[in-house]
Ligand binder design. Structure first.
Ligand SMILES: [Ca+2]
Ligand SMILES: [Ca+2]
Length: 525
């Protein structure tokens, strides 16, 4: 293992660094505004943390549900038009989906699936991260709001049924609650409790995960939308009250924004760095076949991160049943964790992104910067094997330090068991080199190396951006000029200029070959 870590440090330190998340206006609250008399005249209003309002888009046929995706595009469900529109930060509009039947509430699960309540088809529609559309459940009487819990269960409230219906990821429906007074908005707090705006009762109700109900807040004029900001403040839009109220974690109430026209659903523009910065997924084996993710902290100030190792909560078959995570720096082990609730439960919950299964692992750590290299090693308890995921999230975007570089090493197999590295480009795009290394690892003491790797780069829509089998075949001179030419002609590399967005690099063996491979992403000029 020590030799593997040394190899990782060597490879990581040889690289330049990826820019990570950097966006403006994070923390603004977006609220949809309905026109009761002229549905064509709906709007989306953006409100800064100090309460300054501006019209983000409009007119748009009455917008209901509103949610930011992982690339900080705003999705807006337009009920009368049966469309879901997608807006870039500059308000440029594209159509994400059309031909729906009254899209109302929307919510993402932690895997990036989008769920939409379709009021006129009495169903819940699902969009996978690659855009694939399917029906999760039918026969739900006029669904309104949508909420998703940490286990991926979907909840929806009915317009007239008084029900909150629970739908498991496999589509099984049960009644979660009865006698609910029109639930347009369903969200979850950091402890996993469900908060529901009951419009006709003027209250916000709380349900424990076991389903016990209590009144959390009362005295609202048709409460409609609910949203938490990153500091745990709760915002409640009052549809008839024409305002948005704010309640701090200590329970202090104030009016956040007033004189709004029929405010409905809300979303908060994500803070920079809140999506996954670095992620890698692959089959986790034993000994030299464990999953190793490498990253670097640039800048000068220490960076607070959460590293997650996921197995049972990865929505695939054949996952690692019980992962264990080690975080190393150049001098050795910093921290290790088997099951996340055991060591740092409160700190991990406070990040807002605890793992979905108690057997998953997580470590919150503040890491020195100045180009320091780190490795996250994932293996199975009792030498268990299966598909695992390691992720690193930036928890402190205020300091100058950035997470940079990504390199992931592990056993490349067939089917779902390929090696996948994920990364995000921001700051006006980037020119990157993606390398898939195999045979060179033989020189570093890895016996079971992937002898003929290929690499394919996908964008967030699942489209192929570029692909390469052997690096000399297509871009030999461009790759050589970067100084990052692989050491073996059968290794793959591509150099490409990317717009901002999320990307995944998938490494597999040519002709179904298997073995230990390495994927690396470098930012170059
Ligand atoms: Ca575990
Ligand atoms: Ca090859």
């Amino acid at each position: 293992m020590k030799q593997l870590q040394k190899l990782f440090r060597t490879l990581a330190l040889a690289g330049l660094f990826l820019p990570t998340q950097l966006f403006a206006a994070a923390g603004d609250l977006y609220v949809t505004s309905i026109d009761e008399t002229t549905p064509a005249n709906g709007e989306v209003i953006a409100i800064s943390p100090n309460g300054a309002k501006r019209r983000f888009v409009g007119p748009v046929p009455d917008p209901y549900g509103i949610v930011f995706d992982r690339t900080r595009q705003l999705l807006v469900a337009s009920d009368p038009s049966n469309n879901i529109y997608k807006y870039a930060p500059n308000a440029t509009r594209t159509t994400f989906a059309s031909g729906l039947s009254g899209p109302i509430g929307m919510a993402f699960d932690s895997a990036g699936n989008l769920y939409v309540a379709s009021i006129r088809s009495n169903s819940i529609i699902k969009f996978a991260p690659d855009g694939t559309r399917s029906t999760l459940a039918t026969g739900i009487n006029r669904p309104l709001g949508i909420g998703v819990d940490a286990d991926g269960n979907v909840y929806t409230g009915g317009l007239t049924s008084g029900l909150i219906t629970k739908v498991t990821p496999d589509g099984t429906k049960t009644v979660f609650a009865t006698d609910v007074a029109r639930a347009y908005s369903i969200i979850f707090d950091r402890q996993g409790n469900m908060l529901v705006a009951e419009r006709d009762a003027g209250v916000v109700s709380k349900f424990t995960p076991q389903g016990a109900k209590s009144t959390f807040l009362s005295g609202f004029s048709s409460p409609f939308g609910l949203v938490f900001d990153s500091n745990g403040n709760l915002f409640i839009s009052e549809h008839d009250g024409a305002q948005i109220r704010k309640v701090t974690p200590e329970g202090v109430r104030s009016v956040f924004a007033a004189q709004l026209r029929s405010p409905a659903f809300m979303a908060i523009e994500p803070a920079e760095g809140s999506p996954v910065n670095i992620s890698s997924r692959m089959h986790v084996g034993t000994n030299e076949n464990v999953l190793i993710g490498g990253f670097i902290v640039t800048g000068t100030q220490p960076k607070r991160v959460i590293v997650r190792a996921l197995g049972p909560s990865v929505p695939l078959s054949g996952t690692l049943a019980d992962p264990i995570l080690e975080l190393h720096d150049s001098s050795g082990l910093i921290a290790s964790n088997d099951n996340w609730r055991t060591d740092q439960q409160a700190e991990i919950i406070a990040t807002g992104i605890p793992p979905g299964n108690d057997l998953d692992s997580a470590i919150v750590a503040t890491l020195p910067a100045n180009g320091s290299a780190y490795t996250a090693i994932v293996r199975g308890v009792n030498s268990g094997t299966g598909i695992g995921l390691v992720e690193v999230y930036d928890l402190d975007s205020a300091v100058d330090a950035k997470l940079g570089n990504i390199s992931t090493r592990g056993l490349v197999q067939a089917g779902d068991n390929v090696l996948i590295g994920g990364f995000i480009v921001s700051e006006n795009g980037a020119r990157v080199v993606v390398r898939a290394i195999g045979p060179s690892l033989l020189d570093h003491g890895v016996g079971n190396a992937l002898l003929d790797p290929t690499v394919t780069l996908f964008n967030a829509n699942g489209d192929i951006v570029a692909t390469c089998n052997n690096w000399r075949e297509a871009q030999e001179s461009a790759i050589t000029q970067t100084g990052l030419a692989p050491g073996n002609d059968l290794e793959a590399a591509l150099v490409v200029t990317l717009a901002n967005g999320a990307y995944t690099a998938v490494v597999s063996g040519q002709n179904g070959g298997t073995g230990v491979g390495l994927v690396e992403i470098y930012s170059v000029l």
